[in-house]
Design a protein around this ligand. Sequence first.
Ligand code: UD1
Length: 363
Amino acid sequence: MLIDIIAGARPNFMKIAPIIRALEARKAQGGPLTYRLVHTGQHYDARMSGDFFTQLGIPAPDVNLEVGSGTQAEQTGAIMVRYEKLLMEARSALCLVVGDVNSTMACTIAAKKLGVRVAHVEAGIRSGDITMPEEVNRIVTDSLSDWYFTTSKRANEHLLKTGARPDQVHFVGNTMIDTLLHHMEDLQKPDFFDAADLVPGGYFVTTLHRPGNVDRGDGFARLLAAIADATRGAPVIFPVHPRTARTLEAVGAAPASFHLVDPQPYLQFIWLVKHARAVITDSGGITEETTVLGVPCLTLRDSTERPETVEMGTNALIGTDPAALAPALAPLFEGKWKTGAIPPLWDGQTAPRIVAALETLLA
Ligand code: UD1
C-alpha cells in the first residue's frame, strides 16, 4: 500500500527522516507499506534543503514539484495544482504531511478533494496567533485530516475540542526529537568555529526569520542591538535565513559581537546549539531541541504553539519588545536558569509508533 510522504521546507526534513527509516525497517521485515517521497520544492537550495537530505540520510525524492518561492497564495496554489496532477496520474492510499508549512496545508487540501486520506504528524498544536501563516496552515490541515499524530496531550485536547474523534488522535511523541537523538553521536563542529576564536559554552546562537521580526528594517536593527546588549558582548553566532538576509542587507551592518554565517547544515547547527550558552530565537522547532538538550532558550515571540517547552523545558517566552531581552537574560548570567525536563514520549521512538499505527489503520 502506497503512502505519499510530503516534505517541502527545512523544518519538515527532520520530521520525515525517522518516518522513512521506520518504514524501511518494516519493509525489510515484510511490512505492508511502501512510500513515495514528494518534495514540493518550497525550499530548494542546498543550504535549506539538499544538505539536510544528505546529512539525515533521506533518499532522493521520487517526485519534486519544484514550486520555489512566491507569495503565500502563489506557493500554496502552485503546490496544490502540481500535487493534484501527481495524484490524478498515480494515486496513493494516504498522504502523510508533517508540521505546519505551506506544503503541509496545500497537499492536504489537494489530497482530500480527490478522496485520498490524510495523516498529519505534529497535529493539534496551536499558538492562538492567527496572524502567523503557520497557524492558518495548522487549522486548515487539522480540519481536514483523517488521522492525527501528536507531540503532546495538549495537542490532543485542541483536536478533540474542534471535533476530532478520540479514535483519530494518536499521542506518539516528537519525530524531530527522534532525529535529534539519532544524530547525537555524529554532530559536527562547523569549520568556521575555531578560526573565529570561539569556545564551547562561550557564545550565544540566534536565529530569526519570522516576518514580524525581520521584515521591517528599523525594528530588526533594534532587535539585533538589543541582543548584543543583553548578551553583554559575548559572541553571537547568527546563521542567517534567506528571508532575513534581505533585511540585513538593507539595514547594513550587524553589531560587532555578531558572527554572521550561512544557514547551517543540521549536524553543524545542532552542534552549535548543544555547546551554546543559550539560544535566542523566533523558531518553534528549535525550542523543542533546546528543551531536550537542556540548553537555555529565549523565544522572541508573543505566543508559542509549543507550551511544554516553557512549562517543562528550558524555554522562556519573552515577547517581541527588544527592551525585554536584557532583564530576561539576566538570570542566565546569575547562574539561575531553570534546568527543565523532557516532555513525555520525546524518547526517540516516535516514528516506529507512527508506522505501527499506520499499518493497523490502513489494514
Ligand atoms: C518557511 C515556513 C516556516 C518555517 C521556515 C523555515 C511557511 C508558511 N513557512 O518560512 O514555517 O519555519 O520555512 O525555514 O511555510 N529562500 C531561499 N532558498 C530556499 C528557500 C527560500 O533563498 O531554499 C528564500 C526565498 O527567497 C523566499 C524566502 O526565502 O522568498 C522565504 O521562503 P518561504 O518558503 O516563503 O518561507 P520561509 O520564511 O522560509
